[in-house]
Write a protein that binds this ligand. Structure first.
Ligand SMILES: [Zn+2]
Ligand SMILES: [Zn+2]
Length: 244
């Protein structure tokens, strides 16, 4: 009975390493990703989605300002409430295991919104070597790896980040695309030529970073780039405040 052995192993592992809520770090049950309180402020992106911005069509405010380099954007969650906290924990609290939780959700969402789309390769937004060393990992790479594993697709690094930039969070919307201009390069054009590529990252706000990466992939010969992020910025005033 492989199944029961697996369950026993899971219980043993849980006894030593209890599962923790991805957002607040409280201990949760062996099959849970988040505690009930945090689950209340998880907001999934409703389908159908707007492929120009990745928001639900009913929430979209993008007025179809489309990038010629990106064929589509999609994210399973809005970047608010517990998802905001879970992503920040993944980035700043040395909680890389959250990438597995998000990777599963991203893959499941991609199966729905990119149904019938043949993807050749999964890749990710890179960091400089120094940035990766200081964090210990690149969360976008982990997300891409877990997503690719779930989708049974190959995952390869295709881009490098040539120099460090100011955090996009510190800049106004208008200055963000200038901040990342010319920062990325394709390491081996032969590996992307003629391919439809799924580009992964943790978060899409203005889309400037993803568009700049997609631009380089397309310039170096990729046939199409579609984006998948763990979360997308909510286009209206905060979703949780709306409910009150
Ligand atoms: Zn929690
Ligand atoms: Zn839109």
């Amino acid at each position: 009975m492989t199944r029961s052995l697996f369950d026993v192993l899971r219980q043993v592992r849980y006894a030593f390493f209890p599962r923790r809520c991805a957002a607040c770090g409280e201990v949760v049950g062996p099959r849970e990703e988040m505690c009930p309180r945090c689950l209340q402020t998880v907001h999934r992106v409703p389908q159908p989605i707007c492929y120009d911005c990745g928001c639900g069509k009913r929430d979209c405010r993008c007025e179809k300002r489309h990038s010629v380099f990106v064929a589509a954007f999609a994210s399973p969650f809005y970047y608010t409430g517990s998802v905001n906290r879970a992503i920040r924990r993944m980035k700043f609290s040395e909680t890389p295991e959250n990438a597995e939780v998000f990777g599963r959700e991203m893959a499941a969402f991609a199966k729905e919104v990119y149904e019938g789309v043949t993807i050749d390769l999964v890749t990710f937004v890179p960091m400089t070597r120094r940035e990766k060393r200081s964090r210990g990992y690149n969360q976008s790479e982990l997300l891409a790896r877990h997503t690719a594993r779930e989708l049974l697709l190959p995952m390869e690094p295709t881009l490098e980040k040539l120099y460090e930039t100011r955090s996009q969070r510190t800049l106004s919307q208008r200055r963000r695309s200038g901040n990342v201009l010319g920062v990325f390069e394709v390491t081996d054009p032969a590996s992307v030529r003629g391919k439809r590529i799924l580009l992964c990252d943790d978060l899409r706000t203005t889309g400037a970073t993803l568009i700049e990466c997609a631009k380089m992939l397309r310039i170096r010969g990729a046939r199409e780039v579609i984006c998948l992020t763990a979360a997308v910025g909510f286009p209206k005033p905060d979703i949780d405040k709306n409910k009150k």
